[in-house]
Ligand binder design. Sequence first.
Ligand code: MG
Length: 483
Amino acid sequence: MGHGEHAAKRTARLVEGARPCPLGVSVVARFWHTYAVARPTILHVDMDAFYAAVEVLDDPRLSGRPVIVGGAGSRGVVAACSYEARVYGIRSAMPSARARALCPGATFLPGRFDRYREVSARLHAIFSDVTPLVEGIALDEAFLDVGGAEMLLGPAPRIAADLRSRIGADLGLGCSVGVARSKFLAKLASEAAKPEATSGGIRPGRGVVVVAEGQETQFLGPLPIEALWGVGPATSARLRSLGLTTVGSLASVPLASLEAAVGRTHGRHLHQLAHAIDDRQVVPNRASKSVGHEETYATDRFDPAALHAEVMRMSDAVATRLRDAGSAGRTITLKVRYGDFRTVTRSRTVAQGLDASRDIARAAGSLLDALDVSPGVRLLGVSVSGLAPAGAGRVEQLCLGFGETPSATSDDRAGALVPVEGPASRRAAGWAAAADAIHEVRRRFGVDSVASAALIGPGGLRVKRQGDTQWGPSAPGGDGSDP
Ligand SMILES: [Mg+2]
């Protein structure tokens, strides 16, 4: 199937799925199908150095300085860095120790996920103003199909430029936008639109790069093969050993030879990409299927009591997010990665959806008890899935199907809910009310205002937040290499 047919098929499906608009849908759709089939309508929007840029926005004293957001521990990695830091050769996913060596004067920040999420929500609200066809890829990155918006907002390249201006004006942040006929090309185009940090300084980017119809292979040709989705280190080495270094050289290889070199499925996939064929559609995001937290530790952990405290912290963070979303989940999953990278997950499903930290922690804690942690734990994670809107049945939920009702004597420390300041006051009953109250206080006064007693360590209250991690190797924030 040729590229034209692919594009036509994609566009046709898009037309079918397009939202009715007041201008006479069928006429518009037919017009658009006829004239717009070959036009680039997919945008890839990617914020520039997002986490670092938000930090600079909130503290203008950091402006123009090398800023690194990431883990400072021995296994910490750089999650994001300002372009000023990139001038020193610092990059996302680089070990923090190396980044520090490259630029000892850089400002290291641990990251504030709540704040990034808040800015991201505003960003996504702007996207939704343009089109309902938004596929969020990360907090700071999304695909938009603006094909159906062109009649109202103008051609896609103009929509891209306007969107970029609006993000700059409304959020005070920079972004880069790629425009093309496919997701894969739009993503590479936004990459090409980025500012560039070289040892000589920062070169401003083009902001918007459009890959026009008919120019796709020309755009792709000079790019290194690693630019293609699915070319990781092993494939890269294999192809380079055959003298294939650019996408253009790859495109000139017959399909059969490529299949022989890297396998049938992979070969076909790469052959198509090298010829600019990618008919994946922009799929608007579905509701998330699970909520979880995980953390990689600076050194392996062996102490079950310490691991239980970690489970409490993570459950607390998961519960806060569930309640913010008005969700509860029935399946609680514990993930443990040992020092030797062996990874196990254990799940437990209960009758009623859970959204209280204590309940989640009890379920996850019982899963932890069933595991041998003596080899040492490198990574721990707690997640809740099987989500549904939190509704009636709070009272039943407290009994959890664990066959016991919370009491003042069981689980004394782990379950006690106390104000951070003032005397502990708790009752055997009323956990649900307490959990609701805590959520409300946190919502109004911040997440550190109250917490379960078990979260109060020698150094004061420790509340787990997303991003409070060592930015382990699999932590978010790397530049997506994922198809
Ligand atoms: Mg980005």
